[in-house]
Design a protein around this ligand. Structure first.
Ligand SMILES: Nc1nc2c(ncn2[C@@H]2O[C@H](COP(=O)(O)OP(=O)(O)OP(=O)(O)O)[C@@H](O)[C@H]2O)c(=O)[nH]1
Ligand SMILES: [Mg+2]
Length: 344
């Protein structure tokens, strides 16, 4: 499935139906009186977060969403039919902005959350509504209220518990493939991954969602490489897994390059808990491993983990480190009492 995380769509709620002017006319009944019904309500435009979606790609193909107008009122006091709502389905994690792309209208973080973005117009009153003792034969009715027309922007920020960051070729996708059922593309050239991928990691009867991001390079925040536009997807992560390629030239410098981009991006990424791991350990001689590890430790200011996703060494160790942060955070936010199940 293709991936799209931004879309601009035009929406229009339904117009209300017009009220009706009508009089009761029956044989042998005098002064039948007004009996024009009210118009129906126009349909609303509703956005709802649903399960099983993780892209906004549908909104590339359809960009206009109109709710149905209400039906007109009719004689014999018949009310017009209400217009059908237009329901737009989006993945959880979708934010809805005004056309300017800055004013946030709604943030749908959970499946089932629903917002009405645009209300349909009210139906107009029929002439039956206007009868009174002084005006027993009103000859006017209200027109229906117009629906609203507006442009909105949808922006998806994937909901993952942990996100993998690192330079291109650091082995991010290989790691995701090793720990989940996801099948990201893996190759020995930079920018193999062009958009974020999600995988579900199962460990000790628990699970969390891990996101693999495209690689970051120096000056990504200025648009170099794929830029930092995908970093939005880790904004909601509880923890980052920073993979540093052990076969790279200088693990310490590589680490700092990525840290620098996280800081330049802002939005709290630099303050997130981070698990640092030296990857591709299987491809290193003991000497090189030692040297790279020392460089990375100096740069990160903490002892990194060592992992090889290809040879499956210490992969669980990394997962446990992530899970520990995720669990702690889940408990702190009152989401789960699962912490009792956690034995270090
Ligand atoms: N020896 C060894 N090679 C690895 C390991 N992990 C990844 N590789 C190789 O490194 C190359 C890059 O791996 P990817 O997983 O595509 O790297 P990535 O970080 O996702 O790269 P981008 O998507 O381009 O940012 C591939 O040729 C992998 O086979 C590892 O643990 N050991
Ligand atoms: Mg990749």
């Amino acid at each position: 499935m293709k991936f799209l995380d931004e879309a601009k769509v035009y929406i229009r709620s339904g117009d209300g139906g017009n009220g009706c002017v009508s009089f009761r006319r029956e044989k042998f009944i005098e002064f039948g009186g007004p009996n024009g019904g009210d118009g129906g309500h126009g349909g609303d435009v509703i956005v709802t977060a649903v399960n099983g979606l993780n892209t906004l790609i549908d909104y590339r193909y359809q960009q206009h969403f109109k709710a149905q107008p209400g039906g007109g009122g009719m004689g014999k006091d018949r009310h017009g039919a209400n217009g059908k709502d237009m329901v737009m389905k989006v993945p959880a994690g979708t934010q809805i902005y005004e056309e300017d792309g800055e004013t946030l209208l709604a943030d749908l973080t959970e499946v089932g959350q629903t917002v009405t973005i645009s209300r349909g117009g009210n139906g107009g009153f029929g002439n039956a509504h206007f009868k009174s003792s002084t005006n027993q034969a009103p000859r006017h009715a209200n027109p229906g209220q117009q629906g609203e027309e507006r442009t909105i922007r949808l922006r998806l920020k994937l909901i993952a518990d942990a996100g993998i960051v690192g330079l291109p070729n650091a082995g991010k996708s290989t790691f995701l493939a090793a720990v989940s059922a996801a099948k990201p593309k893996i190759a020995d050239y930079p920018f193999t991954t062009l958009h974020p991928q999600l995988g579900v990691v199962r460990i000790d009867q628990r699970e969390f969602v891990l996101a693999d991001l495209p690689g970051l390079i120096e000056d990504a925040h200025e648009g170099v490489g794929l830029g930092d536009r995908f970093l939005g997807h880790v904004e909601r992560c509880r923890v980052l897994l920073h993979l540093v390629d052990g076969t790279g030239e200088h693990a310490g410098k590589d680490y700092k390059t990525v840290r620098h981009e996280l800081e330049a991006y802002g939005h709290g990424l630099a303050e997130k808990p981070e698990i640092v791991a030296l990857s591709k350990a299987d491809a290193l001689t003991p000497d090189v491993l030692k040297e790279q590890l020392a460089r990375l430790k100096r740069a990160a200011g903490k002892t990194p983990l060592v992992v090889s996703a290809a040879a499956q060494t210490n992969v669980p160790g990394v997962l446990w480190a992530l899970l520990k942060v995720i669990d702690g955070d889940r408990v702190a936010s009152g989401e789960t009492a699962d912490a009792e199940a956690w034995h270090p």
